[in-house]
Design a protein around this ligand. Structure first.
Ligand code: SF4
Length: 404
């Protein structure tokens, strides 16, 4: 089982962000926000331990992920209480991956990273985003490039030997050369993992508004494609495996928690706005601190859930598994649908194969790095063709397949 904990606070809102989080108020109001959150979270841990414990005592966690928001905004004593509570109610698998997302400015606080390591947190994911101060200001990040570098070094000194850095490409005014310089600096810090995301303009964010008004200009499509392609090539040449569209890891350091999502494993999500999926049932916690707290206290968490239909499970199989270098097991598709995926999409897959964009190996279909560059179009085509195929199935067969 995997467990995700959403921490819904940030120091301030970055200009591109649409995740659920709220700025932590200063003084007493902030202390109260944190108190409410911690109260709810500890109760939610007990609630799930009790529910899951009905079928098996002390559920074993293979991975825990503190995401947000900014988990490193939590007082270190709160992190300690959460970890103690988890250990009291769940069993952590030997070598379980426990990831903590942090922003450089808070990881740098004296003793913070050392304490995280002491609590058994063994993987740090740092939101660096850029190593250029102009870009950081434009994104509204509350730290400088120098602080980001210092945070990585400080975490290493504190004993973290599994560090991931989040980086963004395709920023307004960014050019290929600047992106490659960012990557070189990032690699020189010796992280074990890099997540490199293309900037997505989210409707309603200050950055999207600035671009819409014409105050800022994004790099054109050709330049963005070059950033992805040259960036991936560079990271592979530096010894990182391109194992998912946006993720690169040194040997043995793939993000196991995220891999679980792409491979469709069950997980529970705690905290406001967190999502979970258990045995084909998916729920989302209220994206509001007070509403979530009431749901926890009334034991109403996951009371409203979506039963994942057969069609959704099939489409997720394609859309998630094909993101990874391992790809989709063709037999898994056949078991769910009774169909042969390659035969159903023969012409398309053949054309992609000729262009070196897909590979067929050991019963798996996967995208190559070249294919990942245009993954949106490839996955879009395969999504639509599979949806058409599912729509054309006779009602009786659909019902039968739904039981799988
Ligand atoms: S720190 Fe992360 S979650 Fe918070 S506003 Fe910035 S991008 Fe969003």
């Amino acid at each position: 089982m995997q467990l995700y904990i959403h921490v819904p606070f940030c120091r301030s809102r970055c200009y591109y962000c649409s995740f659920y989080s709220q700025p932590l108020a200063r003084g007493g109001a902030g202390v109260e926000q944190l108190r409410l959150y911690l109260t709810g979270l500890l109760e939610e841990i007990s609630l799930w331990a009790e529910r899951l414990g009905q079928s098996s005592p002390r559920t074993r966690l293979e991975s825990v992920y503190f995401g947000g928001g900014t988990p490193s905004i939590l007082p270190i004593q709160s992190v300690e209480m959460i970890m103690k509570k988890l250990r009291a109610h769940f069993s952590l698998a030997p070598g379980a991956e426990i990831t903590f997302e942090g922003n450089p400015e808070s990881i740098l606080e004296f003793g913070y990273a050392a304490e995280l390591a002491r609590f058994g947190i063994n993987r740090l994911s740092l939101g660096v985003q850029s190593l250029d101060d102009t870009m950081l200001r434009l994104l509204g990040r509350p730290h400088t490039a120098r602080e980001a570098i210092a945070a990585v070094e400080s975490a290493q000194v504190c004993g973290f030997s599994n560090i991931s850095l989040d980086m963004i490409w395709g920023l307004p005014g960014q050019r290929l050369r600047l992106w490659l310089e960012d990557l070189k600096t990032a690699v020189s810090l010796k992280p074990q993992h890099l997540s490199c995301y293309g900037l997505t303009l989210e409707e309603g964010t200050p950055l999207a508004d600035q671009v819409k008004r014409g105050d800022l200009e994004l790099p054109d499509e050709k330049e963005q494609a070059a950033m992805f392609a040259y960036g991936s090539d560079y990271l592979e040449s530096a010894g990182f495996l391109h194992y998912e569209i946006s993720n690169f890891a040194r040997m043995g350091f793939k993000g196991r928690h995220s891999l679980g999502y792409w491979e469709g494993r069950d997980y529970i999500g705690l905290g406001p706005s967190a999502t979970g999926t258990l045995k084909s049932r998916r729920w989302t916690n209220p994206p509001d601190l007070q509403a979530w707290l009431s749901a926890v206290q009334n034991r109403g968490i996951a009371a409203d859930y979506e039963e994942l239909e057969h069609g959704t499970r099939v489409l997720e199989l394609i859309m998630l598994r094909l993101r990874t270098d391992r790809g989709m097991r063709l037999q898994a598709f056949k078991q769910l649908t009774g169909r042969d995926f390659v035969s159903d999409n023969r012409q398309f897959i053949h054309a992609l194969h000729k262009k070196g964009m897909v590979r067929l190996r050991n019963g798996y279909l996967s995208l190559t790095s070249k294919g990942m560059l245009v993954s949106d179009s490839i996955l879009g085509f395969l999504f639509n063709s599979t949806q058409d195929m599912l729509n054309q199935l006779p009602a009786g067969q659909k019902k039968e397949l739904g039981k799988r």
